[in-house]
Design a protein. Sequence first.
Lengths: 749, 161
Amino acid sequence: MAKRNDAVATLSRRGFMIAGASASGALVFGIPFGVAQTAGEERRLGFFIEIRASGDVIIGSNQPEIGQGVRTALPMLVAEELDVEWDHVSVRSMPLGLVRTADGYTWKYGGQGVGGSTGLTSNWDYMREVGARARYQLIRAAAEQLEVEPAECRTEPGIVVCDSVNARLPYGELVERAAALEPVDEPVPLKASSDYRIIGSAQNAVDLESIVTGAVQFGIDTYQPDMRYAAIARSPVLNGTVKSIDDTVAREVDGVLDVFEIQGPAPDEPYQILASGVAVVATSTWAAFRGRDALTVEWEPGPNANDSTAAFWKDCSEMLTKETGQVVVDDGDYDAAMANAVQRFVRRYEVPFANHAPLEPQNCYADVGADRCHIIAPTQTPSGASRSAAWATGLERDQIQVDFTRVGGGFGRRLTNDYVAEAALVSKRIGAPVKLTWSREDDVRNDFYRPAGLHEMHVGLDAQQRVTAWSHRLASASKYFRRPNMPDEKLWEAELYADDFPRNIVENLRLEYFNHRIGVPRGSWRAPAHTANAFVVQSFIDEIAHETGQSPLDLRLQLFGDERELDYGNHGGPTFNPGRLTRLTKFVAEKIDYNRVRPKGSGVGLAAHFTFGGYGAHAIEVSVTGAGELSIDRIVAAIDCGLAIHPDAVKAQLEGGTVDGISTALGLEITVADGRIEQSNFHDYPLARIGVFPENFEAHIVPFDDKPTGVGEMGIPSAAPALTNAIFAATGVRLRRLPIKEQLKNAMA
Amino acid sequence: MAKHSLRVNGTDIVFEGDGATPLLWVLRDAAGLTGTKFGCGIGQCGACTVHIDGQSRRSCITPVATLNGQAVTTIEGLATKEALHPVQQAWVELNVPQCGYCQAGQIMATADLLARKPAPTDDDINTELTNICRCGTYPRIRKAVHRAAELLQAEKDASNG
């Protein structure tokens, strides 16, 4: 009998599982999740597990798939505990499940939303318990049929086995009897990690074949009966408004049905949609785009018409030079330690605004009626989509049905559902179903951009070259800009994660923040502030090492130190173990043979960072010609995500994060002049292509224990600093401003 | 209203409408073939890549009026009834896709590359595959291109042997 440990999930078990028979006679398991269950249809909606008489198993996927592999990984957890062969599993999408209770809305199928690398960790116990309870139901059914005790039964994949009576009953044959049993409330044991057959090994990814044949449906692939098509011309100036519309020519475009104004939020108000604009409704996407091109709109420029990134950088520099900011961490005695330091250095680093640029442009299908609304959208937050539709329509949220599709890239952009609100506004106005499609230009110019910031770093070292004082002064445009109920004194929290390295490692530590109120909308961009702060901190460590004649590898190992749990109050806590960064740094350094002397013009850079509960590191080898032509010759990336549920998918996330980090560091920047975003499409927002990345590209998993962390964001933060550290090692040119663009060529000229 | 005829995946289609309409939108909005994706609309990203008379083209900047009955193959027409195309097989073997949005275009571009260069070098891949993948599946695409070349060669060997 398989060894079982006594780990049981900590969720409330009261009515955890309901079981029944579907119309076709299959056994179905669902989760009432804290709400009174009504009979009939309700019991059949959104079930997690359906076991057919054939033995085929259908598992519900309740989370948005944005390419992170959650549609495979979460059903793997269910299948593991249910004990079935993965080949017999298919996965079905579940809609948003919200139900109204006396005090608001609650989740019918568990929380539904992906971001912050939480999809897996937040469902780790929950999904396994779903599978374990269903398995136990089958064991009880077998025991009843065989007239033995459940304890005499065990399972093999897809079969209940009772050795005492020498019986083997396939799950499919137990369907009817199991459906008639009332599920038990007692704790059900979960498998020991040593018994995993599915978790931790390669499994076929769900939907793979339908992706390569073009059959898989993204949001933009939604086509419904009587559907109209819409495009919106948005104000080109931040916070601009519509002054006048001349739609004479637009209405003559073949297929154009209607033209009307969409009112955006007032400046400084929280965003429901991003901008004021003019909607064009037509009989096809192309007609809507053509009609929009034919509009003549006069815009009222509004209060941000003079905003520019040039002024932003100047302001940030002046703030750091002349003012004292909000001191948000002040450990030890920073001033005294700095006064006593034998060596001191100051460096400034710049990280620009960045566009999310998911390859599937924003889009949403909305069908708004007098007392109901149907939304089909690619979103990371289906519940947010429901809120946005409620705002736009004035309907109650239980009158709104939200179906979420596979998502053509998230990166944090689709945590916000402004495009859902827009589509619902348009559908409500025309009284017909509509699909709103953004163009690439719409997406580049209307985003919740990654915040830009100017970072000033100070360090003090004692006579033994130990780091005794450290300060990080940041002037930036906080992500929390225009959030509802957000006081100014909390804006820093989105930009400096107080407990990040070197908290509790460097004794005398000060973090200081200055907010800039530029009118650029901003939001969460994959691994939010970690991308900026890892670049800054990991570059600065390198600079300290070079200035003091130490090896950048040795200094990192010394600063990270041994394994120990430090308190970590930010997202990804409750603890941070810097020794796991030591392990990873050593790992990538050995793989790339860090200490080997390279020829002139070649060099290796290292970086490591703790992100939202997981650990990532990079070693990158580059060569640079005398003219400053950069070639990335080798990439070694490593992740410690605890237990890797689906190792191949973990490596995929690490590879993708690395590519994202390097692509963004090389060439991506959003700039503003005269209140307008200056970039518009991939010709001036040049995502890197395959040729940038070498064939020597390794992604490694360094296992740690038996608990998983998320994996979507750990691959990105250390990539950029490893690259710029490598460039320094190869050339002696220190790049402190991202993106790199022509800086290296200019420096070498 | 002008009529434009084209042959898509072996089926004759007549599109009645603006001849400036990009093939992309004819395929998606009129023909119901949604595997070909809209990414940029200016021929930069390649998500809309299809084959026209066997050669890869960016359908978002190809007006339907320019086709004159030429044969269009989309991702839906790449596999045979019996089997996936070797490029698709390689993509499955190496679990290339993440979000999957660009992959139809990547696969169509690769099928064209391999038809012209059955054993591409890494340099060939670097210069000829210019499609954007926002998720960063490039390391796997590279491996899958080489694997697809092997599979195609094996297919040829089998049919010659």
